[in-house]
Unconditional design. Structure first.
Length: 739
């Protein structure tokens, strides 16, 4: 029996013309070529003959095998069930048409069929089809467990035919794989019978998904315009005699964390301090997560906000922060929420509690319905007049904790994209439905309130996330609940793109139940996955841009990565590390100085320390953070961390949220009078602080004190900021000196 399976289209090919340009994207897709030879690719027809024997089992089994090759077909095929047999033997043939330039992983799952309960998955074998090389015989033996032995043998022949029509643009090579059965009576085997086709498909470059790790054209143009503002601000702040040349202008960024309304208010105070120092124009990027995104999305509704007195937007936020929030739950408000949610569903979005959360934020922090959208913020960047805002979030999976699986996703007014895959779409297309890089169904762009709800989505955490967040040192705990994965046949050292062959055994009994309870996400925010229909390049693990963000348990299991999912599941970054650093660490942005403004609860140094460890593990240049326990207990207002041995590492100017000299000084160098000492008592660290995460309303005095404190901390450490900026300029000058 021979069954044929192929992709819905034979166009799901790789980006790279074979033997020509280097890989700029990791995802396979449809592209066009002017000549048939530029994009030659191989279509493989995969025929499988399986024989498997169980011996010495305790009881009789009703076994069958499921075979899946997701890169060839979404369908799963299966053998017949061998009833009541401890030594089942199958003799069946299945055919798959596959593309050799994508990563093809064959999944063979062995089940024990049950008439009453769910079939038992005994184990899974994951096999990289790239191990089958043309023109050679491969004899592989896999030790599955003491009772099971598997052997695979391939003999390959090549037959080629040609088509010259440019319209077909197709060169067909037929590769026939003959399989022989050579095993001893003591060693049961799995035999693969394989038939290959090689061909060339039409390609199209006009995709709606941008596949490259480089910055988009909009951001490049912005940076060119922004340099003029940065150079002018630095010349004035550092009192330079001459104008800075383009190659001398450093890229300076502000990195903020989450922290709810504390982050919302504190960031306003920090920006006010930078404005009073004349340094706002020296900033090229501002990144935010969770509560700090509320500040950015509010400011960027004004096209020239950084050149206006910030007391006006601060006053607006103060009015909302001090008003009673009970009206958010009035009957009129609930009717408004229901109407907006109904409209959002009609537009085609997947509703979740996060949408309701966004509407609550709108009611609490805005004056009525706000039609502002993320892409509207391009107006505030058109002349390079403001820093570029970047909103940070995580893509997660429903059945994994954040320590096991997360992918960094950035939002700018220009684009939304995955750092790891180098895949981006226009900001106005986020939420729309894509397939194979094409925009299939355009949805109206989300209003900013829904984006604020998404960027501060803390409702999608599971119990494992909560455990790891409360105790980051225990992120490797509870491994007993994970699947057992064993490398049963390492890849060849001379073919690094080949993946190992893995034997995956599901968690047993009670551990499986515990696992499902710990990883269940009750409320998940889902958006259409714009990577759907793409396939990973066969050599994706050799791409350095992919590898620096490769930090999940699924990197070697491409069939389970994001491009196979229908939806993206998105959550706040604070569940892993409360930072928004990753966009700034992209090599393409070349950030020289980062002002780290911390608003986290608990330890003020932990997010920075965790970030440093993470980047060092990923091989991303970043300063080492070394502070004694005594220093952590008595934090100062500002610290500078740098790596003098690694020029690519940015200088970090760290501002923890502390109340130190502000107790005695109301302005830098101006002491408080005895009557003013009470104004210096701002509790930002104890459990009795009015600025805790669950505080959504401040008194006027509490709001003003936090603004004054955070503005003062910036102004009082002007010398350290200028020191870091001056060092960055000197380093850029040295790096550009003629050798």
């Amino acid at each position: 029996m021979c069954r044929h399976f192929s992709s819905p289209s034979q166009k799901s090919l790789d980006l790279q013309p074979t033997g020509h340009a280097p890989i700029t994207g990791l995802l396979s897709q449809t592209s066009s070529s002017h000549t048939a030879l530029l994009f030659s690719c191989q279509l493989l027809l995969f025929k499988m003959f399986v024989q498997h024997i169980f011996s010495n089992t305790v009881s009789q089994t009703d076994c069958y095998i499921n075979l899946s090759l997701p890169t060839a077909s979404p369908e799963t095929v299966r053998t017949k069930t061998i009833k009541n047999c401890k030594d089942p033997v199958w003799n069946e043939t299945f055919c798959f048409r596959i593309q050799s330039q994508v990563k093809n992983i064959l999944e063979m799952k062995v089940y024990d069929e049950n008439a009453v309960t769910k079939d038992d998955l005994l184990f899974t074998v994951l096999f990289d089809v790239a191990k089958i090389q043309l023109g050679e015989t491969v004899n592989l033996t896999f030790q599955l467990n003491p009772k099971v032995m598997t052997q695979i043998l391939h003999v390959l022949y090549i037959l080629t035919s040609h088509f010259s029509s440019l319209l077909q643009s197709r060169e067909i090579s037929c590769l026939e794989v003959l399989v022989d059965n050579r095993w001893t009576k003591k060693e049961p085997s799995v035999i693969l019978h394989t038939l290959f086709n090689a061909g060339l498909c039409l390609r199209s470059r006009n995709l709606d998904v941008r596949l490259e790790f480089d910055l988009c054209t909009g951001e490049k143009n912005f940076l060119q315009k922004r340099k003029k503002f940065v150079a002018s601000a630095l010349k004035k702040a550092l009192q330079l005699e001459q104008d800075l040349q383009d190659h001398e202008v450093p890229v300076v960024a502000v990195m903020t964390t989450g922290g709810g309304t504390r982050a919302l208010t504190s960031l306003l105070g920090n920006l006010l301090g930078l404005q009073k120092l004349g340094l706002l124009d020296a900033i090229s990027y501002i990144t935010g997560s969770s509560g700090s995104t509320w500040t950015l999305s509010h400011l960027y509704q004004s096209a020239d906000w950084s050149h206006k007195d910030l007391s006006t937007p601060i006053g607006e936020v103060r009015r909302h922060m001090t008003k009673c929030k009970l009206s958010c739950f009035s009957l009129e408000s609930l009717k408004y929420y229901a109407k907006e949610l109904k409209l959002r569903k009609q537009e085609g979005y997947q509703l979740s509690s996060v949408d309701f959360w966004g509407l609550l934020l709108e009611k609490a922090l805005d004056d009525g319905k706000n039609n502002h959208k993320l892409s509207d913020e391009q107006e505030a960047l058109s002349q390079g007049q403001n820093p570029l805002p970047i909103y940070m979030i995580l893509n997660i999976k429903e059945d994994y904790s954040l320590s096991e699986f997360k992918e960094w996703v950035e939002f700018t007014p220009y684009e939304v994209g995955f750092l790891k895959y180098g895949a981006f779409i226009r900001a106005e297309d986020f939420g729309s439905e894509f397939f194979m890089g094409r925009l299939m169904k355009k949805l109206p762009e989300s209003r900013i309130c829904f984006m604020k709800g998404l960027w501060s989505n803390v409702f999608s955490y599971n119990l494992l996330d909560a455990w790891h967040s409360s105790n980051p040192t225990q992120r490797r705990s509870l491994r007993c609940t994970q699947h057992s994965t064993v490398d049963i046949e390492p890849s060849s050292s001379d073919r690094r793109h080949e993946l190992e062959t893995y034997l995956v055994t599901p968690e047993c009994g009670i551990m499986g139940i515990i696992r499902r309870i710990l990883t269940e996400r009750v409320m998940v925010s889902k958006f259409y996955n714009f990577l759907k229909g793409f396939q990973l390049h066969n050599e994706y693990l050799q791409n350095k841009n992919f590898c620096i963000w490769k930090d999940t348990v699924l990197e070697h299991f491409p069939n389970q990565l994001t491009e196979t999912a229908e939806f993206m599941c998105l959550a706040d970054t604070a569940g892993y590390i409360d930072i928004s650093y990753p966009p700034l660490m992209r090599p393409e942005r070349k950030v020289d100085v980062v002002l780290h403004l911390n608003y986290s609860s608990g330890s003020q140094t932990l997010p920075l320390e965790e970030a440093s460890k993470y980047f060092q593990k990923q091989g991303i240049p970043f300063p080492k953070i070394q502070m004694s326990e005594e220093e952590k207990k008595n934090l100062k207002e500002c610290y500078i961390f740098e790596d003098t041995e690694t020029p690519e590492a940015p200088t970090v100017v760290f501002f923890p949220l502390v109340n130190d000299s502000f107790r005695k000084y109301k302005e830098p160098g101006v002491e408080r009078s005895p009557a003013e000492m009470a104004q210096g008592n701002v509790d930002v660290s104890t459990i009795f602080s009015p600025y805790c995460l669950n505080s959504f309303t401040y008194t006027g005095e509490e709001f003003d004190k936090l603004i004054e404190l955070t503005s003062y901390n910036i102004q009082n450490n002007q010398h350290l900021i200028l020191q870091a900026l001056n060092s960055a300029i000197e380093q850029k000058r040295q790096n550009n000196m003629p050798s």
